[in-house]
Design a protein around this ligand. Structure first.
Ligand code: SF4
Length: 123
């Protein structure tokens, strides 16, 4: 069970095994990745940074995001999420945005939203 002193809920990682990937699927959004994380991901995938950009990343202003794939209307998945096995395919090299879920500042004021989205949230 993971806890964070600034958040009123806990995160039960064991619940991830029975989840369909709610934190990687849903409305379109940004999956921010830093320059250092891009470097690590390129090594992890054994791809040049240029190739990684070409296939998997988008630049927004001065920031970078992982691309999404559309599954249905208003329903998208991270391009690295394997829909069939419901797993992240770059788990060891996933960006910190993914590692820190569900302890995001946004959820401090949107607690019901994370509870609705994630079956691993515990009081
Ligand atoms: S990188 Fe992995 S954990 Fe992060 S959104 Fe994509 S599939 Fe999910």
């Amino acid at each position: 069970m993971l806890e964070h002193k600034d958040f009123p809920y806990k995160f039960d990682e064991n619940a991830c095994a029975s989840c369909e990937g709610n934190c990687c699927i849903g409305e379109s959004g940004y999956i921010w990745i830093t320059v250092d994380e891009i470097e690590k991901l390129s090594q992890h995938l054994n791809l040049s940074v240029d190739k990684l950009f070409e296939s998997y990343l988008i630049k927004y202003g001065y920031r970078f995001s992982i691309k999404e794939k559309q599954l249905s209307q208003n329903n998208y998945a991270c391009i690295f999420f394997d829909i069939d096995i419901k797993r992240c395919t770059i788990y060891e090299a996933r960006p910190s945005q993914c590692k820190t879920f569900p302890f995001w500042d946004y959820f401090k004021t949107n607690i019901q939203e994370v509870k609705d989205e994630c079956p691993a949230i515990r009081d």
